[in-house]
Design a protein around this ligand. Structure first.
Ligand code: ADP
Length: 462
């Protein structure tokens, strides 16, 4: 889905801005609003023809603990649990300074969004989390398009110029600070722009097959869920200036990607969060479906069956609106009964029936003896039943530019590169070796706000 909005082109770029923001995903748009409101002259440049980046594809939600929304839903949560579970999920390799800032500012980010008319008042849960802390729209619509639409509406209302088909190709540094950039249009024409500061909000490199192969050769043949713009430009350009890259070999493979057709479709974690189970070709469960992505991926890969099946029913479907879309594009197999579903999938009927009966028993007793699943316990005993065939796919690059909690980019010696900021997926460190579902959208808003604020502080000398 594309968001139609009036954008400018490279010819109308002015000669100078206080802050140019590169990338129109959530990070870029959030920081643009923050910086503009603090008095900066800003421009957002986007190399693609359409706005929204990979953020547009985000489906499940935005994590935060200790929010008003949680309390209104009877969820009693705390920062420590969120911090510890994210750390645990990331193999304890997360940058602790970033993580601390992230956890303690996530509720403010939820409130800030609500003030922009982007209300995330429903809750679901993602793998590796013990509490419902994944916030999403009340309509249960996928979060990405909803978020981008809301942010773009504010950007337009506040006259923030948005340039499409405008690609950052070089960054200039003079007298130890960032002074300008070179951008290119689709015809290759290049334009120089003076800046007092530059924010890289360029996303990850999940669609750059060369970089993936360089950092994780065994993933070279994996399909990606990313849009073509996720090519790692920002981090490569900053690296030329001496910026340090961290965790580049931590590449997240998402366990549930439908990839039987030309296009890949990420099947959001909310499907499992709201109760779906995974079965193998024998019709049997084989993993705690809500373990971290790393673990679920490993379990699917170990089957050696070219993927696995997500199984769910109408109860789950009603709680995840994205399933309507998955069905519309032909990804969902429907069975009027469990037996019919088994036949359509060529799974042994008795096994599938036994699996569901074991599962429903586990839900009833709140005890999953087989795999210890403790969340997303939903009874699956009413037809119709549904299935989606999935397999792991490249999804997210945890590594990237080394930043501090002020979103300043650091060089190889750990020194700040004056005037250079980075936030969102282009930055590395927050997630350790495995990102928790719902933490990337939270990262874009938390660190987008911070980047806009810190750039303003730097430029205005406050
Ligand atoms: P995040 O989730 O961190 O906000 P997204 O992937 O949603 O990241 O958005 C990043 C955006 O940056 C994408 O729309 C991508 O096309 C854009 N982008 C990447 N490289 C460049 C570049 N060199 N010049 C301009 N835009 C870029």
């Amino acid at each position: 889905m594309q968001t139609k909005i009036q954008t400018a082109n490279i010819d109308s770029l002015e000669k100078e801005y206080d802050l140019v923001i590169v990338g129109s995903g959530a990070t870029g748009l959030v920081s643009a609003l923050q910086a503009k409101r603090l008095g900066l002259k800003v421009a957002v440049i986007e190399k693609m023809a359409s706005l929204g980046g990979n953020t547009m594809r985000a489906s499940s939600g935005m994590n935060a603990a200790e929010t008003e929304v949680q309390l209104a839903n009877g969820v009693i949560d705390d920062f420590t649990a969120f911090y510890q579970e994210t750390l645990q999920g990331g193999g304890k390799l997360n940058d602790k300074e970033l993580l601390e800032y992230f956890v303690t500012h996530a509720p403010l980010a939820i409130e800030w969004l609500a003030k922009q008319g982007i209300v995330l008042s429903d809750l679901t849960i993602s793998g590796g989390m013990s509490q419902k802390r994944m916030h999403r729209p009340q309509s249960l619509a996928p979060i990405g398009a909803y978020l981008i639409k809301g942010l773009l509406a504010r950007c337009v209302a506040e006259a923030i110029p948005l340039f499409t088909n405008t690609k950052l190709v070089a960054i200039k540094k003079a007298a130890e600070k960032i002074t300008g950039i070179t951008v290119a249009g689709t015809d290759g024409k290049e334009v120089e722009v003076g800046v007092k500061a530059l924010l890289l909000a360029t996303g990850g490199f999940g669609a750059n097959a060369n970089l993936i192969a360089q950092y994780q050769p065994q993933l070279a043949n994996y399909k990606t869920t990313n849009h073509a713009g996720a090519s790692g430009d920002g981090l490569l350009l900053a690296q030329k200036l001496g910026a340090q890259l961290v965790d580049m070999n931590f590449i997240q493979v998402h366990p549930t990607v439908q990839q039987d057709f030309d296009h890949t479709y990420l099947i959001g974690e909310a499907v499992r969060g709201e109760g779906a189970i995974l079965v193998n070709k024998n019709g049997e469960r084989f993993v705690n479906e809500l373990a971290t992505r790393k673990r679920v991926t490993a379990a699917i890969t170990a089957l050696n069956e070219n993927g696995a099946y997500l199984i769910f029913n109408q109860t789950v479907r009603q709680r995840v609106k994205a399933i309507e879309f998955y069905d519309k594009v032909g990804l969902v197999v429907t069975g009027a009964s469990l037996a019919e579903l088994a036949t359509k999938l060529a799974l042994p009927k008795e096994n599938l029936s036994q699996t569901l009966s074991n599962w429903n028993q586990a839900v009833a007793t709140r005890t999953d003896c087989q795999f210890g699943r403790k969340t997303g316990l939903v009874t699956l005993n009413q037809a119709p039943y549904y299935a989606i065939h999935i397999a792991p796919g490249i999804h997210y690059t945890m590594g990237g530019l080394h930043i501090n909690a002020k979103t300043q980019v650091l060089d190889e010696d750990g020194q700040v590169i004056s005037g250079l900021y980075a936030a969102g997926e282009v930055a590395g460190g927050l997630h350790g070796n495995n990102r928790i579902g719902g933490n990337s959208i939270a990262e874009t808003v938390v660190f987008g706000l911070q980047a806009g604020k810190q750039a303003a502080k730097y430029i205005l000398g406050k």
